[in-house]
Write a protein that binds this ligand. Structure first.
Ligand code: NAD
Ligand code: ZN
Length: 353
């Protein structure tokens, strides 16, 4: 099988720091020996892409840069060393574009901690273009019965929250608070939690997000941080014994909830930090953290094993991500909604328009 690969393609390019994306035609690159070229059909828009655009993290990005790290499409070319993937296969571009596969972290399937990891849409060009390159060893393998638009949020949001739930140590029947529940990661997190036998308390702002969390995403309680007079008391009260949830997944792009979580998680509970508000710090009272034996930790995307497991949950029909589709040319309108916390679920861009 072979595909006709054009010389040029449409892409959203961040040319210089402080500028918005420019939608323009650029050359199609050729894959290196251990890489594949993917004709990206759809790409989810993660809040990380907005951090990359704003340049607000203490991590240097490539410039000019093509963002995007939830891209799904068809493999149209591959390097000579790629034997396990065939032209025509479906594959996904994720945040970890590649890693050294040789360090002690890579050896233990902890590739997100590899010091040489290449990051799609950040240190290497990502999926907001029609043809994107990734290391063959790291692409998500997608069976052909998986819809290429619906799977995109799994490629970052899904992998990340699935990994975060595993890191939380919460066991079936236990309760997890999902902070930022109406957003991209949060809406997916409730679904994975449910599939893993966990109960969830959703925390976000606004009645519309609450309705979806309760009626469609599987949470049994919703706390609106914009109207609650005491979020800590309300979260604790939402658990049957009033002791608070067994774990908390912090997915919001705001510092405040990172200060509240240690106060409402139950004794011996685990707070998992995943959202990365710019310039934010964690603050928890030492005395209560010690005597309540609270565990506070970070969780960063997931490796190849987490990826195949997260995709498998989706393939089996266990994860229903609410998403809306717009053209790649309309990417900026998605960022505007995202910055105003107005997105429920995910926006997915269609690279054909
Ligand atoms: P999003 O914008 O879709 O969702 C964020 C949600 O948080 C929104 O629904 C917003 O209303 C809600 N929110 C804001 N303030 C809140 C508060 N005080 N309490 C409760 N909810 C609040 O963003 P997203 O795409 O889900 O990404 C979330 C964050 O996770 C970003 O910082 C992103 O960079 C980060 N992220 C981290 C990893 C990782 O590996 N650790 C992976 C992907 C994304
Ligand atoms: Zn992401």
């Amino acid at each position: 099988m072979s595909y006709e690969i054009p010389e040029t393609q449409w892409a959203q390019v961040i040319e210089r720091a402080g500028e918005q994306n420019t939608y323009k035609q650029i050359p199609v690159q050729k894959p290196g020996p251990d890489e594949v070229l993917i004709n990206v059909k759809y790409s989810g828009v993660c809040h990380t892409d907005l951090h990359a655009l704003n340049g607000d993290w203490p991590l240097e990005r490539k410039l000019p840069l093509i963002g995007g790290h939830e891209g799904a499409g068809v493999v149209v070319a591959k390097g000579d060393l790629v034997t396990e993937i065939q032209i025509g296969d479906h594959a996904g571009i994720k945040w970890l574009n590649g890693s050294c596969l040789n360090c002690s972290y890579c050896e233990q399937a902890d590739e997100s901690l590899c010091a040489k990891a290449a990051l799609s849409g950040y240190t290497v060009d990502g999926s907001f273009q029609q043809y994107a390159i990734a290391k063959a060893a790291h692409v998500a393998r997608l069976a052909k019965d998986i819809p290429l638009d619906g799977v995109t949020p799994i490629l970052c949001a899904g992998i990340t929250v699935y990994k975060g739930l595993k890191e939380s140590g919460a066991r079936p029947g236990q309760t997890v608070a999902i902070v930022g529940a109406g957003g991209g990661l949060g809406s997916v997190a409730q679904q994975y939690a449910k599939a893993m036998g966990l109960r969830t308390i959703a925390i976000d702002g606004g009645a519309e997000k609450g309705k979806i969390c309760l009626e469609e995403l599987g949470s049994y309680a919703y706390i609106d941080f914009t109207t609650s007079k005491d979020v800590v008391a309300d979260v604790r009260a939402a658990t049957e014994d009033g002791l608070g949830p067994h774990a908390v997944l912090l997915l919001a792009v705001s510092e405040k909830p990172f200060e509240q979580a240690a106060a409402y998680v139950r004794p011996r509970g685990t707070v998992v930090c995943i959202g990365m508000p710019a310039g934010a710090f964690l603050r928890a009272p030492v005395f209560e953290t010690v005597v309540r034996m609270i565990n506070i930790k970070g969780s960063y995307v997931g490796g190849r094993k987490d990826t195949s497991e997260a995709v498998d949950f989706y393939r089996r029909g266990l994860i229903h991500v609410p998403f809306k589709t717009v053209g790649l040319s309309e990417l900026q309108s998605v960022y505007d909604l995202m910055a105003a916390n107005k997105i429920i679920g995910r926006y997915v861009v269609d690279t054909s328009r």
